[in-house]
Structures are given as structure tokens and as C-alpha cells.
Design a binder for this molecule. Sequence first.
Ligand code: CDT
Length: 317
Amino acid sequence: MRLVNVAAGQLGPIARSETRSEVVARLSGLMRQARESGCDLIVYPELALTTFFPRWYMEDQAEIDRFFEREMPGPETQPLFALAGELGIGFYLGYAELTVEDGLVHRYNSSILVDKRGAILAKYRKVHLPGHAQHEPWRKFQHLEKRYFEPGAGFGVAEAFGGVIGMAICNDRRWSETYRVMGLQGVEMVLIGYNTPVHNPPAPEHDDLSLFHNQLVMQAGAYQNGTWVIGVAKAGVEEGVDQIGGSCIIAPSGEVAAACITKGDEIALARCDLDLCNSYKSTTFNFDVHRQPQAYRLIVERKGRNLMADGTAAPSA
Ligand code: CDT
């Protein structure tokens, strides 16, 4: 057995007025509970340090940038890293990243994996940015991730916690490519934070299915790649927008091993044996034996039915 004791560290709503330090105090409380329960790793949500700001259209870049971190850890987040080192527990944390490269400012929806000494092991930048880039006043609330972030470059994995760990963020969990790209690198545990409004303005007919879809995609991703999946929400009514809970820990069998039952700050715990991945990876989903990549060429050649990957028109059928 290769056991990793994991906590899904769900958060309830974060108000716009809440400070980073107040949020870090909440995260620290969950971390202490997780460690008292013997956890090696706690997984927090997407954009876990602030309210989910893409729900608002803002033009003032200085106002937007107040939701971003310029350094990680920074003065307000350092106590969380120190606590992790003191308690000997790792964590995944989602946050808005502002970075300057070659004199150019970049903004990403990012997550980090931190080891039990409080050191950053790996960073991931969200690939699938949902929503829209322009103000759409007809919506009850906006989803402006395409305006405020640029997409990340890909899905890596890290050797950590005695296994192969990968990260994804929120909308990524709905795309089978996310899990498969990491599955091809032998991933054994995928960590995913999310903020998912119950109501999707362009498709209100999906609202009643939002928790079902959440679990459906993560269970499928786990089973089809023989990996653990840890999905963690920022839940509850945040600044007037209801967000789903449903944080859960899913085994490589696709079964839910543990789940949160509230829409507030809560941990769900599971003893995750990474060796449970083996029978899936070596039989039904032994990729080296069974995959037929020559039959999947359209997956990378095309963006969709009408467009090639480079954005030019696809030949008509
Ligand atoms: N944060 C995030 O990615 N949320 C999306 C909402 C989709 S509706 C625009 C999600 O996939 O859950």
C-alpha cells in the first residue's frame, strides 16, 4: 500500500470585503483539523484567497489587480506555508497569479502544490478558461475568466507524496483531455479546486444538473485513467451567487470515497492508497497495450467541428 491521507478542504463563501489574512485564518483552521485527523495533504478550492471576482465586469485594472497575488508566498499567505511546515502537511491552493516576464505582465488562474516542509513543489495554470471576455449585461452575473486571465500551457505531473500528482482547476474537470494528458504521464492523483455557480446564464436548463455533472466528470476522469481525483469547492451563496458544494474524493474505481455534506468550511477525509490505481492502469486502461492513437488524430489537429487547432477553417466533411 502507498497511503496518502487526504482532506478535501472545502470553503464556504468569501465576501468581497474579507481580507487575505481572514481567509488564511480559515484555511489554517481547516489545515489544523486535517492534520489532527492524520492527513498528509489538504486540497483547497480554486481562487481560494478572495471572492470569485470574475463575476463582476471591471474596467479599472488597479481594481482588478487587487484580487491577484504578485508573490507566493506573500506577506499574508506566508503564515499558511509556515503552518504547513510546522504541522508537516502538504497543500494545494488556487489563487490569481500576476507575474512579469520579459517586461510583460501576465495574469493566470493558478494553483500550487506545496510539500510537507512548506515549499512549493509545482505550479499549474488553468488551461480551460470558461465564460466570456466582454461585458454581457443581460446575465444575472458575469463569468469573465476569458477577460481577466490568459490560458496556461499544459498539464504536467509531479513526483510527490510517494506517487505521481497532477493539478487542474475547475472547468478543466469537464474535459476528458485534462485527465488523459496526465493519465499518459502516469498520474495517480489529480487535485482540482473549483467555483461553480449553480446557475449558468446561457444554459439555465443545466442548473438542476450542476451537482450531477460535477460528480459525473470527475468519476469518469478517475476511472478512465485509473487515478484518484480530489475535487474541492468554494461553495454557498457568495456575493449573491449560489455556488455548488459537492467536494469529494474519488477512487480509481470511480467510486466516491468521501464527500462534504455542507456548503460551508468543511473537510472530507479519505485514506487514499495509490496502489489502487495499479489494477486499472495494468488491465482495462493499460494505455501501452490498448490505446489506438492513430485513430485519435483529430483530437490534436482540430479545435472543434469547424476549426483547425490553429483557428483556420476545417475542411468540410
Ligand atoms: N470557475 C469555473 O471554471 N467555473 C465553471 C463555470 C462554468 S459556466 C461559465 C465550471 O466549469 O464550473
